[in-house]
Design a protein around this ligand. Structure first.
Ligand code: BEZ
Length: 250
């Protein structure tokens, strides 16, 4: 994850990220004594949930701030600062798990290669990430505003949101066997009348920092443009699309 992440804000306002992933932990089926890598673990909430099954979990994240908070919250668990695009493990884990993290890692081929190498033969990869079209309305609104302000949007809003076909091809090319692949819309509620502004400060911290005093203006304008599609029954429901995958190493 990005070095500008704010772990406190993340735990306070983005708890929905881990709350929505309990089902994913169930499909991981962690077993006591299994070595499991939680890739892009953030502040460690799901790492701890997996550890409750008795698995030996290692949580890794690129953000030093996130890992510092994870270590404070769960001093009994093992966390490392590691970039998921540069995994150096070899045949070390029965499972690699990842929730809402892989779309931040733009070198997807390197990530999948590292996951494959990290797994023992027969090991499994269980993950959820954003799929093609995820947050398209928000991206479109913010891109339009930045263009109007003559600011290049290219350094921001860049995620890896693959289609199911593209992701399956990538996994197969790196010698992983796809067992399950689901592609689905999951409108995601964000609390508060200022929900979109909160979301932008959480997930686009660098853009907000670079805009300085214009940040709130961008949030207001983006909220107005997205409101007809994304604000329903008094709350924001962002246009999330998910890709959920289970793959195994032969
Ligand atoms: C997510 O964490 O799921 C997410 C992050 C950025 C854009 C869309 C989704």
């Amino acid at each position: 994850m990005d070095s500008a992440w704010n772990p406190t804000l993340y735990d306070d306002r983005a708890s929905f990220v881990s709350e929505l992933a309990s089902e994913l932990v169930v499909s991981l089926r962690p077993k006591a004594g299994e070595r499991i890598l939680d890739l892009g673990c953030g502040t460690g909430t799901l790492t701890a949930e997996i550890a409750r099954y008795g698995a030996l979990v290692t949580g890794v994240d690129r953000s030093e701030e996130m890992i510092a908070t994870a270590r404070e919250k769960y001093s009994e668990l093992h966390f490392e600062v590691v970039d998921g695009q540069e995994l150096a493990y070899s045949n070390e884990f029965e499972a690699v798990f990842s929730n809402a993290a892989l779309h931040w890692m733009l070198r997807a081929r390197d990530v999948v290669r590292g996951i494959q190498r990290s797994l023992v033969p027969g090991g499994r990869f269980v993950a959820e990430l954003g799929g093609a079209g995820c947050v398209a309305s928000v991206t479109q609104a913010v891109t339009e505003i930045l263009n109007e302000w003559q600011i290049d949007p290219a350094p921001y809003l860049s995620w890896f949101f693959p289609s199911p076909g593209r992701y399956a091809a990538l996994l197969e090319a790196e010698a992983l066997t796809v067992r399950e692949l689901r592609y689905f819309e999951r409108p995601t509620p964000i609390a508060g009348a200022d929900g979109l502004a909160t979301w932008l400060s959480l997930f686009q911290p660098r853009l907000m920092a670079d805009l300085g005093s214009r940040g709130p203006e961008l949030c207001d304008m983006a909220s107005e443009r997205c409101r007809p599609r994304l604000f329903r029954d008094g709350r924001w429901l962002l246009d999330y699309v998910r890709l959920r995958v289970i793959a195994t190493k032969p």
